[in-house]
Design a protein around this ligand. Structure first.
Ligand SMILES: [Zn+2]
Ligand SMILES: [Zn+2]
Length: 437
């Protein structure tokens, strides 16, 4: 049986206060165990695509709950399937990687872990993006849905994804047959902890929620020589400076002001000594947008400006700058309007108006986007769950610029609130999408 989304909406009954309280109590009873897992994951973070301990810990837990579990999907990912009668297929995804950050939260279970970067060098590692709250809530949700099997019908595909921080994991899992070896989802759902919302507040953004991100590396060639004889050289520092200045007009003069866009030159390196004119300058840019059209306008514009400025500087043809888009790029994450609106209503009726908000989109990126881009006929939402401890929120009166952001070595969410809220929200959403009858 294939349900259309309209049918699901029509069948939606708002949760009663008694049901909501019963679910909240059941999750409350799971919390001590879930917090033990959280603290263990937090103390033992693993870098992108090097997740070994985490999946090895979670896979057996899912088997115990009755899921059909496959490991090493897309290198280190886990897919746990529970078929429970006819109905839609719902994919619930948690990302599990951490970051090369030295933790400075001072928490008793702070990470002291050391990991290896792709270049072989060692780095401290921390769950500075809060993916440990995602993994724990994922298991918490699996626990509830397994216990409440008689209250839903359909198929659950629970995905523990590696490598989100390097936007590699979703791609790796899709290329390893996520949508062909396992039931193909009709609905895609995930959440991310938020450093911009008070703990326990849910944010659902409708439409674009996270951006296209391209890293553009530019090698500006020159003709080097002695600093005293500029007439014999082509100075790449002067040319690269012109390029940086000209790039500022892409967003301010060429882009439609209604379309968000960012062009940041984050790195500019050239030269060794005051009296040597270098033969190369290197620029590194982050280029961000939501729509494919804006993305194309920016990337085409960068190529045009770079070449045009080099020609204006009289650079010979064989010394034209080289523009490279570093791979992988991240594609914008889109929350489908129907599903976003539906979940906003569902969460508002379950948690109350005070705990649900509609934040504006942000210019960060997520590779959760790839699942929906692989088949845009599906419904997809990633929502936020606030993690800022209430006392910290109150102290700055909600001005989160004064607080640690995601990826900060000081990011210490109110994990208990994030995990209990996310587990409840994911469970409520799953029970609704996989509604019986
Ligand atoms: Zn992150
Ligand atoms: Zn993250």
């Amino acid at each position: 049986m294939k349900l259309t989304f309209g049918m699901v909406i029509a069948a939606m009954t708002l949760p009663t206060a008694a049901n909501a309280a019963a679910l909240s109590d059941a999750i409350g009873a799971d919390m001590p165990q879930l917090m033990t897992l959280y603290r263990d994951l937090h103390a033992n973070p693993e870098l992108s695509m090097a997740e070994v301990r985490t999946p090895a810990k979670l896979a057996p837990e899912m088997r115990k709950l009755g899921f059909d579990v496959t490991e090493k999907v897309g290198k280190t990912g886990v897919v746990a399937v529970m078929k429970n009668g006819s109905g839609p297929v719902l994919l619930l995804r948690a990302d599990m990687d951490a970051l090369p950050v030295k933790e400075q939260t001072g928490l008793p279970f702070a990470s002291k872990a050391i990991g290896k970067l792709p270049d072989g060098s060692e780095t401290p590692v921390m769950h500075a993006c809060g993916h440990d709250t995602h993994i724990t809530s994922w298991l918490g949700t699996a626990r509830r849905l397994s216990a409440m099997k008689d209250q839903w019908s359909g198929t659950l595909v629970m995905v523990l994804q590696p490598g989100e921080e390097r936007v590699m994991g979703a791609k790796a899992m899709l290329e390893d047959g996520l949508f062909t070896r396992f039931p193909k989802p009709d609905y895609l759902l995930a959440f991310h902890d938020a450093a911009t919302l008070p703990a326990g507040v849910i944010g659902v953004t409708n439409g674009y929620v996270l951006a296209n991100v391209d890293t553009v590396n530019i090698s500006v060639k020159g003709v080097g020589g002695h600093g005293a004889y500029p007439q014999n050289t082509k100075d790449p520092i002067v040319l690269a400076s012109r390029i940086v200045t000209a790039l500022q007009t892409l967003v301010s003069r060429e882009n439609d002001p209604q379309q968000p866009a960012v062009v940041t030159v984050g790195s500019f390196h050239s030269g060794t000594k005051s009296n040597i004119i270098s033969d190369e300058a290197k620029l590194a840019l982050t280029v961000r947008s939501y729509t494919p059209d804006t993305r194309k306008l920016l990337l085409d514009g960068i190529n045009r400006i770079v070449r045009g400025e080099a020609i204006a500087a009289g650079m010979p043809d064989d010394r034209m700058p080289i523009v490279e888009i570093e791979q992988p790029s991240a594609d914008a994450t889109f929350n489908t309007p129907e599903f976003s609106e539906h979940l906003t209503k569902l969460f508002t009726s379950h948690f109350g108006q005070d705990r649900v908000t509609q934040p504006v989109a942000v210019m960060a990126a997520e590779d959760f986007s790839r699942y929906w881009l692989a088949d845009k006929t599906k419904q997809s939402v990633i929502f936020w769950v606030g993690g800022v401890p209430q006392d910290k929120w109150d102290a700055v009166k909600g001005d989160t610029l004064k607080l640690p952001a995601l990826h900060s070595p000081f990011w210490a969410p109110d994990a208990e609130k994030v995990i209990s809220t996310a587990t409840e929200a994911l469970t409520v959403a799953a029970l609704d999408v996989l509604k019986k009858g």
